[in-house]
Design a protein around this ligand. Sequence first.
Ligand code: VGL
Ligand code: ZN
Length: 199
Amino acid sequence: MSATALIVVDLQNDFCPGGALAVSGGDEIVPLVNRLIGEFEHVILTQDWHPAGHSSFASSHPGKEPFSTVEMPYGPQTLWPDHCVQGTRGAEFHPGLEWTKAELVIRKGFRTAIDSYSTFFENDHKTPTGLAGYLRERGITDLTLVGLATDFCVAYSAIDARRLGFNAKVLLDGCRAIDLGGSLDTMKQQMVQEGVVVE
Ligand code: VGL
Ligand code: ZN
């Protein structure tokens, strides 16, 4: 048996134009994502979901600017503007996203001390979110990923999916990137190396 799920990554107000960590053209993907939601049997959403004062926020590190890097116990961490704070409008899904069909919402980044780009593991690459277990129990073997941002949460999720033994495809038309210091090219190459189908 094989089944495919669509994973819609972080299509939230704060990652769309006007949001706190706006990804250029982030809202442009909504019509395509809605079409895909209609086509897939299984739809899973991810939601970046940080407590106020999260350790990935530059504002939590006096003297540090957004988009700089700090060393955390689990390795280097990019610092971001405050974004996707639990319960705020910025953390809600884009109002045009037709999300009611989704069977699961995976929230991530909700522990103050650790960020989570991947929807499978937090940034220590050890703490699981539970998604792999959910997919295996449901017999889902193949994943198609779209959403924001290509070079962070989408790429990290797709790479972890491969490492966990899932087939993973990223549809670039359904994604937009932050592209910090060439991160889009780097992460595209890394995805291909890890066996992600990038279309
Ligand atoms: C993301 C940076 C910080 C993403 C989330 O969804 O790609 N990027 N938090
Ligand atoms: Zn975040």
